[in-house]
Design a protein around this ligand. Structure first.
Ligand code: XLS
Ligand code: NI
Ligand code: NI
Length: 438
C-alpha cells in the first residue's frame, strides 16, 4: 500500500527538552492528570476537510499545496486514496478521533441517488479502516453550503425545493454517521443567514430552520442514532448575519422552538472571537446552561479578522479553555477537541500537517496541565468565592432563596446605609495566572 507520509514514524512523546519537531513535548497520552489520562481528557480529533481537502486556496488565489493522493486517478480513486492517507495520518499522529462532512469524503455525482451510492462506497471503506486502526468518529456533518444550489442557504433557503434537498442530504449524513458509530452530529449553519432584509423574510426562514432541526431529531430517534446533536455557533461569514450568532443566540432559538433538550454546542475558538467574545466566554455560557458538547480547537488572527482557522498555539487561550472545561467536569462522550484548522498556504510540505497538529496537541496538553494545577491549588476559586460571600448568608441568602422582595430590601438598605465595596483585584489575579503559565 502507498505510504503518503513515508518519512514520519509514529509521533512519540519526548518531553519538554526535545528539539525534534516531529515529537510531542507536552502531550503524553497516558500521563494521568486529575485522575484521567491526557488522552481521555483531550479527546483529540482531526478534521477531514482542512487537513486532507484543504490545498491552500484563498479568495485571491488557487491551491498551492500538492498532495500525492490527488493523483490517484478518477474522482472516486482520489477519494479512496485520500481516505488511506487520512488513516495513515491519524495513526501516525496518535489521535483517537476524526470528523468529516459528507462531501469531504465522497464527491458529488449528477443526482442525489448516485451521490449517495458514492458516499456508501467510501463509508464502507472508512468503516473497515476504523476497524483496522481503532480510530473512532467524533462527529459527522453535512456540507450544505458549497454547491451553488445552497447559495441562499439550506434550511433557510427561500425555495422549498432546496430545503427538501438539504433535508435529504442531512438525512443521509446522519445515517452514515450512525453507520460509522459517530459520537455526535454537527449542524454548522453554513449559509443559514442573510445579507440583506430587502430580500429576506427572517421570521419565516427561522421557522423553517426549526422545522428542519425537528425533522432531524425525529429521524435520529427513528433510526436509533444515540449520538449527540450539536450546533456550532458563528456570527458572520459566509453570510453577513449568520442566524447561529453565538451560544446565547442558539440557546434562545432552541428554547423558543422546544429543541433545547436535543442539542448541545460545538464551540469553535475562531467563531467566538468573530462574535467579539473570548473562546472561554462561549465555553462558559455553554457550561452554565448545561450544553457544552464539543470544541473546534483553532484560533483566529486578530489582525485579519476573518475565520482564518489556524492551529491553536496560544497557551493563555488553551489554559483558560481547559480551566473552564475541567471545572465543568471535562469533555465526555460526544465531545472532543477537533482541530478545525488549516495550514497557511505557504506550508506546502506534507510534514507541515504534522507540525500543525503536534503544536495544537502540545498547546492543549500544556493548557490542561496548567489548568489542573490552578484547580488543585484553588486560589482562583477561593477568590471568586470570597467575592460573592455576601450571598452565602444574611440578606444575600434571603434574596437567592426568594424569601424577600423590594419592601424588605428597602428596609434593609435604610437600616444598613452605604454598602461596603471591594476591589475586583483583576491585576493581582492576572499576575497569579502568569505564575502558572510557564
Ligand atoms: C466553518 C465551520 C465548519 C464546521 C463544520 O466555519 O467551522 O468547518 O466546523 O461544518
Ligand atoms: Ni468549525
Ligand atoms: Ni470555522
Amino acid at each position: 500500500m502507498t505510504e503518503y507520509f513515508p518519512d514520519v514514524k509514529k509521533i512519540a512523546f519526548e518531553g519538554a527538552d526535545s528539539k525534534n519537531p516531529l515529537a510531542f513535548k507536552h502531550y503524553n497520552a497516558d500521563e494521568v492528570v486529575m485522575g484521567k489520562t491526557m488522552k481521555d481528557h483531550l479527546r483529540f480529533a482531526v478534521c477531514y476537510w482542512h487537513t486532507f481537502k484543504g490545498l491552500g486556496s484563498d479568495p485571491f488565489g488557487g491551491p498551492t499545496i500538492l498532495r500525492e493522493y490527488n493523483n490517484a486517478g478518477d474522482e472516486m480513486a482520489v477519494a479512496e486514496a485520500t481516505m488511506d492517507a487520512a488513516f495513515e495520518f491519524f495513526t501516525k499522529l496518535g489521535v483517537g478521533y476524526w470528523c468529516f462532512h459528507d462531501r469531504d469524503i465522497a464527491p458529488e455525482a449528477d443526482n442525489l441517488a448516485e451521490t449517495n451510492k458514492r458516499l456508501d462506497k467510501i463509508v464502507a471503506k472508512a468503516k473497515q479502516l476504523q476497524a483496522d486502526t481503532g480510530m473512532k468518529l467524533l462527529w459527522g456533518t453535512t456540507n450544505a453550503f458549497s454547491h451553488r444550489r445552497f447559495m441562499a442557504g439550506a434550511g433557510t433557503n427561500p425555495s422549498a425545493a432546496v430545503f427538501a434537498y438539504a433535508a435529504s442530504q442531512i438525512k443521509k449524513a446522519i445515517e452514515v454517521t450512525h453507520e460509522l458509530g459517530g459520537e455526535g452530529y454537527v449542524f454548522w449553519g453554513g449559509r443559514e443567514g442573510y445579507d440583506t432584509l430587502l430580500n429576506t423574510d427572517m421570521k419565516r426562514e427561522l421557522d423553517h430552520l426549526a422545522k428542519l432541526l425537528q425533522m432531524a431529531v425525529d429521524h435520529k430517534k427513528k433510526i436509533g442514532f444515540t449520538g449527540q446533536f450539536l450546533i456550532e455557533p458563528k456570527p458572520k461569514e459566509p453570510t453577513t448575519h449568520q442566524y447561529d450568532f453565538d451560544a446565547n443566540t442558539c440557546l434562545a432559538f432552541l428554547r423558543a422552538n422546544g429543541l433545547d433538550k436535543d442539542f448541545k454546542m460545538n464551540i469553535e475558538a475562531n467563531h467566538a472571537t468573530l462574535a467579539m467574545h473570548t473562546f472561554q466566554h462561549e465555553l462558559q455560557v455553554s457550561v452554565d446552561n448545561g450544553v457544552l458538547g464539543s470544541v473546534d480547537a483553532n484560533r483566529g488572527d486578530m489582525l485579519l479578522g476573518w475565520d482564518t482557522d489556524q492551529f491553536p498555539t496560544n497557551i493563555y487561550d488553551t489554559t483558560l479553555a481547559m480551566y473552564t472545561i475541567l471545572n465543568a467536569g471535562g469533555l465526555t462522550t460526544g465531545g472532543g477537541l477537533n482541530f478545525d484548522a488549516k495550514l497557511r498556504r505557504q506550508s506546502i510540505e506534507p510534514n507541515d500537517l504534522f507540525h500543525g497538529h503536534i503544536g495544537g496537541m502540545d498547546a492543549f496538553a500544556r493548557g490542561l496541565k496548567i489548568a489542573a494545577k490552578m484547580i488543585e491549588d484553588g486560589r482562583f476559586a477561593a477568590a471568586v468565592k470570597e467575592r460573592y460571600a455576601t450571598w452565602d448568608s444574611g440578606i444575600g441568602a434571603d434574596i437567592e432563596a426568594g424569601r424577600v422582595g423590594f419592601e424588605e430590601l428597602e428596609k434593609y438598605t435604610l437600616k444598613n446605609g452605604e454598602p461596603e465595596i471591594k476591589s475586583g483585584r483583576q491585576e493581582m489575579l492576572e499576575n497569579i495566572l502568569n505564575e502558572y503559565i510557564r
